[in-house]
Design a binder for this molecule. Sequence first.
Ligand SMILES: [Zn+2]
Length: 183
Amino acid sequence: MGAENQYFIPLSEKQTGVLSYNFKLSDSFFEELEDAEIKKGDLVADIECEKVSSSFHLHFNIEGSVLIPCDRCLDDMEQPISTEGELIVRFGEGNDTNENVVYIPENEQGIDISWNIYEFIALNVPMRHIHPEGMCNQEMAKRLATLMTNGDEELNDNDTASSKEGNHDTDPRWNALKNLKLE
Ligand SMILES: [Zn+2]
């Protein structure tokens, strides 16, 4: 249980001013999160907590890198992370359409923000992430590229079949391209 409270921000009605927290995130941070797709990383999260009337405004600043599989060769690659995020925490019950607003029970002493930190990191990973040119596992990248190309050829065959059946809606430039391929 102790580990779960490691990324805990205490929230007190008596708080005044801005309080700062600093968390070091290593592989164990990711391992403890059951649903985390990212498994490895080395980052620092700086969090500032300001009480604004009855809400707590948390500002996240996260810097470092995570290790994730490369899209091209599936080997681990280092993805730099530099991101900021906001979270507003309120005591009590409420429905807020803003996903950055969180309600916690009155009797809580604060909030575990490990999953919030994780989400900010995960959102900062680009959709397509690949090794720098020349750094891929060449053999694996070649194999995967061959698989992809085969898949494309099958798709093209289907397209050709449907155009033979008289699909006049096809872009003429596309047909010209197909004819080129057939020659
Ligand atoms: Zn790669």
